[in-house]
Ligand binder design. Structure first.
Ligand SMILES: Cc1ncc(COP(=O)(O)O)c(C=O)c1O
Length: 349
């Protein structure tokens, strides 16, 4: 049985969160002499002279309508990277606790663990299929394991993992299972968001950085049961999403049609790109992808990487990562960019 209280760090349980001026008075009208702001305004002639809403209610209400999730199940972070860090701070006692990650996967889980002095237990994905080694994960978890990270679709392999496997972890693990859905909008399967009702130990990460095209604004989301969200809100810096990002994200969320069109095009381009790459003599394998990138195995990845760099086409060399020997990770670009990439690679072969 999952019991949040039993996994929270004692300092977090005892924490009295910072109470900001905007927490103490929530009205919108009035003469605001409570936050030591500049009452004359901002040089940019907008409301940047004021601190932002610490709980980003307006933005969350809009996301709530889009995601079909109540506001109390939504946490917003300065990118989902901030949510990852705060999860560590909530439940992992430095020097004592552990987390499980399944490489090859997104590197920030391990970096956040190192920053927080938390041991990382690595249970690699199964070779070639990149599915979870479920027996390995079940064997690796113990009383000091507080978080298990599952990236789905996974970066850099691009595949989704089986729901059956995630479910079995959720059912056997007493810590938090963090499913990172940064690339879910490009996938052929649905988000696990509806499962939040069934699993109080499930945390889902999503972001406005990928399909929504707003990586520069730094808005990430964590969805979970209200008690988990409440803990994350207590730990976060009071004004973690700046006022410009809140305004611009709100405005951007009105453009769902454009975003859906992009997603459709990117998925089509991904298929075309995979076919063109597979036809190249030096490409050994293009792994199936549910994301906006392709993992491509080739004979001499370093040579190809350097050749493309010289042509100012920048891809990611992932050949040093576990199970990714010989692999470059290539983001799906615009139709024109993809054509230029393929043309350059044809010249090389
Ligand atoms: C799997 C995964 N999760 C999270 C992130 C970071 O997202 P954000 O920009 O919201 O911090 C990335 C970025 O590449 C990612 O690949």
């Amino acid at each position: 049985m999952f019991d949040l209280d039993s996994i929270l760090r004692s300092n977090i349980k005892a924490l009295v969160p910072y109470s900001s001026a905007r927490d103490e008075y929530k009205g919108k009208e009035g003469i605001f002499l409570d936050a030591n702001e500049n009452a004359y305004g901002s040089p940019l002639d907008n409301d940047f002279n004021r601190y932002p809403d610490p709980l980003q209610l307006e933005l969350k209400e809009k996301l709530s309508a889009i995601k079909g999730l109540p506001v109390e199940n939504i946490f917003l972070g300065n990118g989902s990277d901030e949510a990852i860090d705060i999860l560590f701070r909530a439940v992992c006692k430095p020097g004592t606790d552990k987390v499980i990650v399944c490489p090859p996967t997104y590197g920030m889980y391990e970096v956040a663990a190192q920053i927080n002095d938390v041991e990382v237990v690595k249970v690699p994905l199964l070779p070639e299929t990149f599915q979870l080694d479920i027996q390995g994960i079940l064997r690796a978890m113990d009383k000091t394991t507080k978080l298990i990270f599952i990236c789905c679709p996974n970066n850099p392999t691009g595949n989704g993992v089986k729901w059956h496997d995630v479910k079995s972890i959720l059912e056997h693990f007493e810590g938090l299972v963090v499913v990172d859905e940064a690339y879910i909008n490009f996938a052929s399967y649905r988000s696990l968001v509806p499962e939040l009702l069934n699993y109080p130990n499930l945390v889902i990460l999503q972001t406005l950085s990928k399909a929504w095209g707003m990586a520069g604004l730094r808005v990430g989301m964590a969805f979970a049961g209200a008690p988990v969200i409440d803990v994350l809100n207590r730990i976060k810096p009071p004004y973690n999403i700046n006022i410009a990002s809140q305004h611009l994200a709100l405005e951007a969320l009105d453009n769902m049609d454009t975003v859906n069109r992009w997603i459709k095009t990117i998925v089509e381009e991904r298929k075309k790109l995979a076919e063109s790459l597979s036809a190249l003599s030096f490409v050994q394998k293009v792994y199936p992808s549910e994301a906006n990138f392709l993992l491509v195995k080739m004979k001499e990845p370093k040579k190809v990487y350097d050749y493309l760099s010289e042509k100012q086409i920048v891809v990611r060399d992932r050949s040093k990562m576990t199970l990714c020997e010989g692999c470059l990770r290539i983001t799906v670009g615009t139709e024109e960019e993809n054509k230029k990439l393929i043309l350059a690679l044809k010249e090389l072969s």
